[in-house]
Design a protein. Structure first.
Length: 711
C-alpha cells in the first residue's frame, strides 16, 4: 500500500523548522520535477524561514557579483579577464592597469562611499575618520552630470539614489529627475538595483502600497527578484491588497499579486489559484503556483513519517477537485499535478490514466517519463528475478551520469526495500536499505554479514542486483577507501560480538592492532569497569589471551581464576562493560543493540562467575565474585526492564542515585535477585577487606546495608 506523503499544512503552505539554518535549501527528498528558472521555485520549504532567506540572499550575492563582472567585461570591451576585473572592482588591486580615467574615478568613488551603505563594512575595514555620508549624495550627482559615459551615468544614478535613501536625502526627488536614464532599451542589472531602491524609498516615505507595487515589477526576471516577495509583507490588510489591485494596469499584474500573496504562510493557496484562474486561465502565475504546490508535495514523497497529519486525505480530495476543474489551453502542469495527487491518495488507476494521456501528448518529457516509472513502481506487489530485470530496464534511462538528479534511483531503492519487506525477503530488504548509504551498524547480525560478504563476490541473477553489487564494489575499490576500513572493523566487531574470537583473530586486519583503552579482563566496583589500565593491550592481544583462557577451561573447567577472567571478559564485552567498543558500532544511551547477544554474554558471565565462586576457598575472592555476579544480574535486569532504557525512568529520577525504597528501578532489581547477593556479602563476608571497600565505594550497597540494619 502506498504510504502517505507528509504535509505541514496551513492551507497547504509548508513551514519546516522555522529556524533551520542548517537545512538543505533543496531539501525535497525526491525531486521528480525539472528545475524551473525562478528563485522561489528552487526551494520546497517556507520561503520566509531564516535558513531559506539566508540561502537566497547568499546565492543572490554570488549571482549578482557574477553578472556585474560580466557587464563590466563587456564595458571594457574584452580587454580584461573576469578575474582581473574582480581585482579592480572588489579588491581595488592593480588599478594602475585601468587607463580610462572616468572608470578609475568611478571605482575610487565606490570605495569612498562604501562604508556608508554596507552594514558589514565595519567588520572588515578600519574607519580612520568620521565620514559625512550625506555629502556623497551631491558628489555622486556631480559625477553623474560630468561623466560622458552613459553606462557610468546610470551607475552614478544608482549610487546617488542608494546614498540618498540610506541618508534620508530625498531619494524620490533624485529618482524623478534622473529616471529618464532608465529609458534606453539596454538590459542591465543596474536598472534592477535602481528599481529596488526606488520601491524601498516609496515604502519608507509612507507610500507602502505603491512601493510594493514597484517591488512586484522585479518578480519576473530581475536579478533581485527576491525583493518582490520579501517586501510583500508591507501589505497587511484586505483593503491594502485591494488598493494594490487598483494600481495594476492589466490581469498579468493582478495575477502576479495573487501569486505573491499565495506564498504567504497564512494564505489559502487554493483560493489564490482560483482567483488567478478566474482572471486568466492561462496565466504564467497559475503555472507558478501549480509547480510550487507540486514541488512542496515531494518533500517526503511516499515516506513513512512521524509527522502524518489527519487532514491530508481531505486536502488531497479538495485539491484534486480544484485541479479537475482547471481547463487551460496547455493543461500540462494541471495534469501532471493531478497524476501525482492521485498517487498520494492511493488512486493508482486514475494516476495511470492521466499518465498515459500525458505520454501521448508529451512523449519526450522527462517529467512525464519519471511519473510513469513512479506509477509502475507503486503498482508492484510481488518481486522476483524477472521483476528485478524489468525494473532495471525501466530504470536505466535515469541512471545516466549526465542525468540531472539521482532522485529516481533513490526512490526506487526505498520503494523496493518496502517491497522486499512485504514479500518476506529480509536480506534483500537489508541490502536495499544500505544501497544509498552503507551503514555497517545495520549489518550487526552475523548471518546477514556473511550473506553480504557472499553477495559482493557472487554473480547475481538479475541486472538490478548486478548494478547494486557493482555500486558496493566501487566504494570498496577506491584508494584509501573508508568503506574498506569500516568493513574490516565491522567484521571483527561482529565476530567478537558473536564470540567468534578465533575467526576474528584470523582476519589479520589492521584494526586488530588498535589499542584498547580499558582491559577487558579487569573489573572494579564501578558498574562499567572503566578504569584505565596501567598497560594497554591491542585487540589481537586480547583475542589471543581470551583464546588461551578458553583452552585452559577446556582442560580444567573448574579453574577458579580462569572462570573469573572469562566472566570478566564476557561482562566487559557486553553493552554494560568497559570494552563494548569491540562489539558496538554506535553506542546509544537509550537503545541497546543486538539485545539477545548482550543477554547471552551476561548469562555466560554469571555462569562462569558462579563456577569461579564454587571452586574458590579464598573469602576475599569469593566476596569480590559475589559482587560481580550482582553487577551482571543488575545488567540482565536492566536489559529486560520494561521501562528501561526506552523511558529512562531511573535516569531522570529526581535523586539520580539508587536509593533503596525510593528508586523504582533499583527497588525492583533488589526484589528480583539483587538482595540475594547483597545479603550474601553482608552475611558471609563482613570480615573481608573487600566488604569495607564496597561500603566505601558503592553507595547502593552502603544504602542497602544501612537500610537493613535500621529496619
Amino acid at each position: 500500500m502506498i504510504k502517505k506523503i507528509v504535509f505541514f499544512l496551513v492551507s497547504f503552505q509548508i513551514s519546516l523548522f522555522s529556524c533551520a539554518d542548517y537545512w538543505d535549501p533543496n531539501s525535497v527528498y525526491y525531486l521528480f520535477l525539472d528545475k524551473r528558472d525562478n528563485v522561489f521555485l528552487s526551494y520546497s520549504e517556507d520561503l520566509k524561514s531564516p535558513g531559506i532567506y539566508n540561502t537566497i540572499i547568499y546565492n543572490y550575492d554570488l549571482e549578482n557579483k557574477k553578472e556585474n563582472l560580466k557587464e563590466w567585461q563587456k564595458e571594457f570591451k574584452g580587454e580584461f579577464k573576469v578575474e582581473e576585473i574582480e581585482e579592480f572592482l572588489y579588491k581595488r588591486k592593480n588599478l594602475d592597469r585601468v587607463k580610462n580615467k572616468e572608470v578609475l574615478d568611478y571605482i575610487n568613488f565606490v570605495a569612498m562611499q562604501e562604508e556608508c551603505v554596507y552594514r558589514d563594512y565595519y567588520y572588515y575595514y578600519k574607519k580612520d575618520e568620521k565620514i559625512e555620508c550625506g555629502t556623497f549624495v551631491e558628489k555622486a550627482l556631480d559625477n553623474l552630470e560630468k561623466v560622458n559615459s552613459n553606462y557610468l551615468k546610470l551607475r552614478y544614478f544608482y549610487l546617488a539614489l542608494r546614498l540618498a535613501h540610506f541618508e534620508k536625502k530625498e531619494p524620490l526627488i533624485i529618482y524623478e529627475k534622473y529616471k529618464h536614464l532608465l529609458e534606453n532599451s539596454e538590459k542591465t542589472i543596474v536598472k534592477d538595483w535602481i528599481q529596488g531602491i526606488y520601491a524601498g524609498a516609496l515604502v519608507k516615505s509612507g507610500e507602502k502600497v505603491k512601493g510594493v507595487f514597484e517591488f512586484s515589477k522585479l518578480l519576473d526576471n530581475s536579478i533581485n527578484q527576491h525583493l518582490a516577495l520579501y517586501n510583500f509583507h508591507h501589505i497587511t490588510s484586505e483593503e491594502e491588497f485591494n488598493e494594490l489591485l487598483k494600481l495594476s494596469k492589466n490581469d498579468e499584474e493582478r495575477t502576479k499579486f495573487y501569486a505573491l500573496r499565495a506564498l504567504n504562510s497564512s494564505s489559502n493557496r487554493n483560493i489564490e489559484i482560483q482567483n488567478i484562474y478566474n482572471l486568466d486561465k492561462n496565466s504564467k502565475w497559475l503555472d507558478f503556483l501549480l509547480y510550487k504546490n507540486l514541488l512542496e508535495s515531494q518533500i517526503y514523497f511516499n515516506l513513512d513519517s512521524i509527522f502524518q497529519r489527519k487532514q491530508e486525505t481531505s486536502f488531497y480530495t479538495n485539491y484534486i477537485e480544484i485541479l479537475k476543474n482547471l481547463k487551460r489551453d496547455d493543461n500540462y502542469l494541471v495534469d501532471i499535478s493531478l497524476a501525482y495527487f492521485y498517487i498520494f491518495s492511493n488512486q493508482l488507476n486514475l494516476a495511470e490514466e492521466v499518465s498515459k494521456q500525458l505520454q501521448k501528448e508529451y512523449p519526450n518529457s522527462h517529467e512525464v517519463e519519471t511519473l510513469s516509472f513512479i506509477i509502475y513502481l507503486n503498482s508492484l506487489n510481488l518481486i522476483n528475478e524477472d521483476t528485478e530485470n524489468e525494473i532495471f530496464e525501466k530504470l536505466k534511462p535515469f541512471l545516466n551520469e549526465n542525468h540531472h538528479s539521482n532522485a529516481v534511483f533513490r526512490y526506487t531503492v526505498q520503494t523496493l526495500a518496502s517491497l522486499y519487506k512485504n514479500n518476506s525477503m529480509p536480506f534483500e530488504e537489508l541490502l536495499l536499505n544500505n544501497t544509498l548509504y552503507l551503514n555497517f551498524e545495520n549489518l550487526d547480525d552475523l548471518e546477514n554479514f556473511r550473506k553480504f560478504e557472499e553477495f559482493l563476490v557472487t554473480k547475481q541473477n538479475s541486472k538490478l542486483k548486478e548494478y547494486i553489487q557493482e555500486s558496493f564494489k566501487k566504494r570498496f575499490e577506491k584508494e584509501n577507501s573508508y568503506y574498506q576500513e569500516a568493513f574490516e572493523m565491522a567484521k571483527v566487531k561482529i565476530l567478537i560480538n558473536n564470540l567468534e574470537f578465533n575467526e576474528a583473530l584470523n582476519t589479520n586486519y589492521e584494526f586488530l592492532n588498535q589499542e584498547l583503552e580499558f582491559n577487558p579482563f579487569n573489573v572494579f566496583i564501578k558498574g562499567n569497569n572503566r578504569n584505565k589500565a596501567k598497560k594497554t593491550i591491542k585487540i589481537k592481544d586480547f583475542l589471543n589471551n581470551i583464546l588461551e583462557v578458553k583452552k585452559v577451561l577446556e582442560k580444567d573447567e573448574n579453574s577458579s581464576m580462569d572462570n573469573y577472567l572469562f566472566a570478566n571478559a564476557m561482562y566487559n564485552l557486553s553493552y554494560f562493560g568497559n570494552s563494548d567498543r569491540l562489539t558496538t558500532f554506535y553506542r546509544s544511551t537509550y537503545y541497546i543493540h543486538t539485545k539477545k547477544l548482550q543477554k547471552d554474554k551476561l548469562e555466560l558471565a554469571v555462569k562462569h562467575y558462579e563456577k569461579a565462586y564454587e571452586n574458590s576457598v579464598d573469602n576475599e575472592f569469593k566476596a569480590k565474585i559475589t559482587y560481580h555476579i550482582s553487577k551482571a544480574k543488575l545488567a540482565l535486569f536492566d536489559l529486560n526492564y520494561d521501562e528501561y532504557p526506552q523511558n529512562l525512568g531511573w535516569y531522570w529520577n529526581s535523586n539520580n542515585i539508587y536509593l533503596y525504597g525510593n528508586d523504582k528501578f533499583y527497588n525492583a532489581f533488589l526484589e528480583d535477585s539483587g538482595a540475594v547477593y547483597f545479603d550474601r556479602i553482608r552475611n558471609d563476608f563482613k570480615d573481608t577487606k573487600f566488604y569495607q571497600q564496597l561500603l566505601y565505594e558503592c553507595g547502593d550497597f552502603g544504602t542497602y546495608v544501612h537500610y537493613k540494619r535500621d529496619n
